[in-house]
Design a protein around this ligand. Structure first.
Ligand SMILES: CC1=C(CCC(=O)O)c2cc3nc(cc4[nH]c(cc5[nH]c(cc1n2)c(C)c5CCC(=O)O)c(CCC(=O)O)c4C)C(CCC(=O)O)=C3C
Ligand SMILES: [Fe+2]
Length: 328
């Protein structure tokens, strides 16, 4: 396993860590129960989300996207893959890594920004999986890559392509609307080492993308896929409310850029391509959606570049704290 990639930091394997998603109708409810265990998501919300998955035959695009990314990666290390919420589960993968003799793996997490859900929770998942496997390998989480030139270049290319598919007469006036998964306001406040990192990092990535695509074009950052009980405040505005507001202001067209997701998820194919697209149709407002980073060559090469960096310092234990667990 003498490798060029990652040899400085001494890795002998790459572990891709993701959220996981169902791959058939029977998987949907058990998957959702894994996601929301102890998190106080109301039953009605769960049934609503179940229906989104069932519209697509119970299949989320996320696992396929993980497989495609892994196939596209060009690294001189064995690659493993483990998820938080669905097969292949992280714990099973860590067990296999141990059996294969892996000693020190780098973890690439398919979430680019800092928050409890997108950083600390993955660190906790890794710790829990290691604790369940005696002799488990050391696992070093690679750094956050929201502002990495590879991620930015991929999203800039995809944004340019989506703008170019708008009808010509509305293209010049079209607004770029960046979207990310909403999180509770309390979680946003405590994101990162000094708070507010989730929103600040998303804004920075959006700014870098706009700079490459069309500096000076107006853009917004809005939120999608709100969950949780209605009395708990989450980041706003929601993308659909925002589309209505833009339409009322006379904005002639929109290109949505799901900057918060690194590949297609149910949130992208349902909340944007179905719900937001239907709304735009009703409003008579042309809408296109930028592809996620997925297997864009610059995003793929970014992973190898991250592996070649010196091992990052671990997140301070105080950053991105877990929210209080609520019974559902
Ligand atoms: C910040 C963030 C990311 C981005 C970072 C990352 O990528 O990790 C993300 C990704 C994802 N979220 C996903 C799915 C879900 N998220 C939920 C619920 C929640 N998400 C939250 C936050 C985030 N989520 C939060 C604070 C909750 C409330 C409950 C809790 O505190 O955990 C629920 C429950 C039902 C509902 O929607 O209410 C589902 C089904 C999928 C898979 C989709 C697929 O199958 O394609 C992916 C990639
Ligand atoms: Fe963190």
């Amino acid at each position: 396993m003498g490798s060029t990639t990652g040899s400085d930091a001494g890795y002998d394997a790459l572990l891709v860590v993701s959220f996981g998603g169902p791959e058939g109708p029977e998987d949907v409810m058990p998957f959702l129960e894994n996601v929301v265990r102890g998190r106080g998501v109301p039953r009605e919300r769960l049934l609503e989300v179940e229906a989104h998955y069932q519209r697509f035959g119970g299949v989320s695009p996320i696992n396929r996207q993980c497989r495609e990314l892994i196939d596209a990666l060009d690294v001189d290390l064995p690659i493993y893959w483990g998820n938080r919420n669905w097969h292949p589960f992280l714990e099973d993968t860590v067990r296999r890594m141990k059996e294969d003799g892996v000693r020190r793996a780098a973890a690439f997490v398919t979430a680019a920004y800092r928050s409890y859900s997108s950083c600390r929770q993955y660190l906790d998942d890794i710790d829990r999986a290691r604790a369940a496997v005696p002799g488990a390998p050391e696992i070093v989480k690679l750094r956050h890559y929201y502002d990495h030139p590879g991620f930015v270049a991929a999203m800039a290319d995809h944004t340019r392509e989506a703008l170019a598919t708008l009808p010509e007469d509305v293209r010049t006036g079209a607004r770029l609307v960046f979207t990310a998964h909403s999180i509770p306001v309390s979680m946003a406040r405590t994101a990162g080492p000094s708070g507010g990192a989730y929103e600040a990092e998303l804004r920075e990535t959006a700014r870098l993308v706009v700079e490459q695509v069309d500096a000076g074009r107006p853009w917004d950052l809005v939120w999608q896929s709100r969950s949780g009980p209605p009395q708990v405040p989450w980041l706003e505005p929601d993308v659909c409310d925002h589309l209505e507001a833009l339409h009322a202001e006379g904005v002639p067209a929109v290109t949505l850029v799901p900057i918060g997701f690194v590949s297609d998820h149910m949130e992208v194919v349902y909340d944007l391509d179905t719900e937001a697209a239907d709304l735009a149709g009703k409003l008579g407002m042309p809408l296109t959606r930028a592809a996620t980073a997925g297997t864009h060559p610059r995003f793929v090469s970014m992973v190898a570049e991250l592996l070649a960096e010196p091992a990052p310092a671990p997140c301070p234990g105080t950053c991105c704290p877990a929210p209080a667990r609520r019974p559902s």
